[in-house]
Design a protein around this ligand. Sequence first.
Ligand code: ADP
Ligand code: MG
Length: 580
Amino acid sequence: MEKRPFDQLGLSSDLLKAVARLGFEEASPIQTAVIPPILAGRDVVGQSSTGSGKTAAFAIPAIEKVDPKLRAVQVLILCPTRELAVQVAEETGKLALFRKGVAGVPIYGGQSYERQFRALAAGVQIVIGTPGRVMDHMERGTLKLDRLQLVVLDETDRMLDMGFRDDIEHILEAVPAERQLLFFSATIPRAIQDLIRRYSRDPAWIKIESVAQNRPQVEQTYFEVDRRSKIEALTRLIDVNDFRYGIIFCSTKIMVDDLDEHLHARGYLTDRLHGDISQAQRDRVMEKFRRRAFEFLVATDVAARGLDVDDLEVVFNFDLPNDAEDYTHRIGRTGRAGRKGRAFTFVSGQEIYKLQSMVRWAKLDLRRGKIPSLDEVEEARTNVFFEKIRSTLEARNFKPHDAMIDRLLDQGYASTDICSALIHLLQGATGVPEKKASPPGPTASVKPAPAWAGKVAAPKPAPVLPEPTAHDPGTAEESDRPRARKQKYERPARTGREPGMAAIFLNVGRKQLVTIADIVGKIAGVTRLPASVVGAIDIHQRHTLADVADSEADFIVKKLTGIKLKGVVLAPARAGEGVA
Ligand code: ADP
Ligand code: MG
């Protein structure tokens, strides 16, 4: 695909300076292809994949076209979400840095009208907004478009997916007829073709092909996994690669909820996004994810659309996407900004044929991978632990304990034995694996032993859950995930109720085929408390007694009330003394 230096595209020195300052070495293919016709005044339809530089492709010529002396809106850029509007406004601002007298403002729902009035009244020339809010301002008379010269529809496919078609048409009907119109989109479905036909004049259609070229940074692997083994496969891949920031895509809301609960119960920091979650809650989740307040976002395609993060370590296609376009959208969120990304795709049974046809159709570059064995997972964990010891030694990041060590040596112990004993003591709290670990987490028992993993230990029904306060928080290092997870896996089974625990009565039992994993998963998932608040679980024919941290018992009872588990509406209660 052709790329050219920016100085061959007919740009002013102001823009060339800005581009150089952003560190762009040459124009990307879409930029090379669309900037000259846009500068020449043509309508353009630009189609290229996510991450190919579409923003600068329209922002650069848009800035060039603005008359700085005219204090009126000349460019209108429509974006599907407020995140994108803000992002496009930021990039536009950087590109306009050396262009004196040119200003822009993002306008979107959720921000006060007052601020937006002021910016509009000050005479900005470029407005970047979501269709709904743009229409509001047009109706209030605070956004005047009589001097508008250029309209850009960014991420048009997403805007239509989000139901903005009527708003877009309304806006396009209202702007001056002689404006220039640009469509940008990763895909051009029929609805967009209709819009193009109705509103643009003899557009230059520019389609940049080749998924592979635009995404040389993403290593794409697929795994043939039995449906029931997907969660186990997922956690192994996360652990072996020591991933800490990624999105896991599922095809349904139910699957999102289910997987989020399971991962949470296994000690991963997760949260979820899907269509049934309120906009306010979604915003909170997205904001938290962007500042990495949790590790893995479990999401459906639609819910993840407005989310703009581009520095993910990994994208998991836990469920196969519908088509190659969705696949491309999903994996485009990793491997950006020059960093290598990974995309892991699970296929079960017949889905392999669907994947094959996607690969052929879109020329995807996928390799087949093998799910790591338990031994490999353990080895990876050992390596993480080893590396921690080594780097601590390297940095001399510890206080000397010579007196204690001398005492032990004086008593005749060998230094290697002393170290081994210390590692042994650390094991429960550090994530250093033992060979032949106990089954990986309580939820393993939900899923029958996977077909590809002969080494998975048979799930034990006995509680293998951790005590809530068993290790000394003073000695634990913050932010050490393998340790946090491992705790759950390797705590010894226990009998009797721990101090600080209370029993909760639940009206489900063996009759509903409920498992320990179901209970832990539900409690952790619904309350967002760590699974470690749950202790021993005793499943009876028609009821279950679950030990939970006393301090959280009332909260857990409240949160579980009315929630469905195995088709039963839960009516939990604190169990009276002596019941258990
Ligand atoms: P798209 O809208 O096509 O998904 P973006 O416009 O968001 O892609 O660009 C993706 C990333 O690539 C951004 O971080 C952007 O700053 C960067 N980028 C854009 N153009 C170039 C270029 N010519 N050289 C290097 N990086 C670029
Ligand atoms: Mg974009």
